[in-house]
Design a protein around this ligand. Structure first.
Ligand code: NDP
Length: 270
């Protein structure tokens, strides 16, 4: 028999999840707070549930992908009776503490719960690079993983329900730091009238690809300084970037994270 999956939430991400699961041949029921978003999925064979309770009742497994933790609580609170004995996978982003508290709350109702963190954007759901972090009981993961594999490669990170959120938030922090760096790089080239498209394609992309494994492997807590680290050279290098920013009239604070991390390392070197 086909797997029956209910999806709560048809925002940009919920829609991508519904689409990938329908594509994989699952029996999908969808629910969204505001009606009128299910048409395209109903046309592809999904069922639209008129209430959260009915959505939960229609699935072997319910996936919540809503705005935030508060919206998950608000949505599930009137339906906890229907969730009892069932499985809920929460793919709504939030903090580790929120995930632990949600797990505790649902455990009180006898719900089998997995917390998740989506390491993809809607356009990459179901593609090779997409992966989903899950945390919670291993047996719940083992049962849910094959069912949810069509949305992204399942990766269990441990029993602690907060584990997926912790890695998710930390990984996003890494991404936003890189994003601030890339923004600053492009702003510099743009401010000096450089060819932004050529810079992006022929310099920034291959440079960041070359450095990415080195940056990730070298990222460490404050006290650790790589052996080959040369603070004098790094300090000069940073001043060069800041001078270039000043010359181009690009605000220095876009590169402020560099200064903070450099000072941290210099203090560690002593
Ligand atoms: P959207 O803003 O597109 O959709 C939000 C969804 O939450 C809608 O279905 C909305 O319903 C629903 N919602 C909001 N408040 C409530 C509430 N109080 N009660 C019930 N439903 C509510 O967001 P996304 O779909 O993009 O994101 C969903 C989750 O996925 C978020 O936690 C996000 O962090 C995570 N995520 C998103 C990524 C992305 O790139 N988009 C990447 C990785 C994770 P309504 O239509 O009625 O407003």
């Amino acid at each position: 028999r086909k797997e029956r999956i209910s999806i709560l939430g048809l925002g940009a991400m919920g829609r991508a999840l519904a689409s990938a699961l329908l594509e994989a041949g699952a029996e999908v029921t969808v629910w969204n707070r505001t009606s009128g978003k299910a048409g395209e999925f109903v046309a592809r064979g999904a069922r639209e549930a008129p209430s959260v309770e009915e959505a939960i009742g229609a699935g072997d497994l319910t996936v919540a992908c809503l705005l935030d933790d508060a919206s998950v609580r608000e949505t599930l609170a009137p339906a906890t009776r229907h969730l009892a004995g069932g499985t809920l996978v929460n793919l709504t982003s939030g903090s580790a503490r929120q995930a632990r508290e949600l797990a505790g709350w649902l455990d009180g109702y006898g719900v089998r719960f997995l917390a998740g963190g989506i390491m993809a954007v809607p356009a990459t759901i179901g593609t090779e690079g997409a992966f989903i972090l899950y945390s919670g009981a291993r047996d719940v993961f083992d049962r849910a993983a094959p069912v949810l594999a069509p949305i992204g490669r399942p990766r269990w990170v441990g029993e602690d329900p907060g584990g997926a959120a912790l890695y998710d938030m930390a990984a996003l922090s890494g991404m936003y730091g890189m994003s601030a760096g890339a923004d600053h790089a492009v702003a510099l080239v743009h401010a000096e009238g450089g060819d932004v498209e050529t810079f992006r394609r022929e310099v920034l992309q291959p440079w960041m690809e070359q450095m990415l494994p080195i940056m990730v492997a070298g990222a460490d807590v404050a006290e650790s300084v790589p052996e080959e680290y040369n603070p004098a050279m790094q300090a000069t290098g940073l001043e060069n970037i800041l001078s270039a920013s000043g010359e181009a009239g690009v605000p220095e604070d876009l590169a402020g994270h560099l200064r903070a991390s450099l000072w941290r390392m210099r203090r560690a070197v002593g």
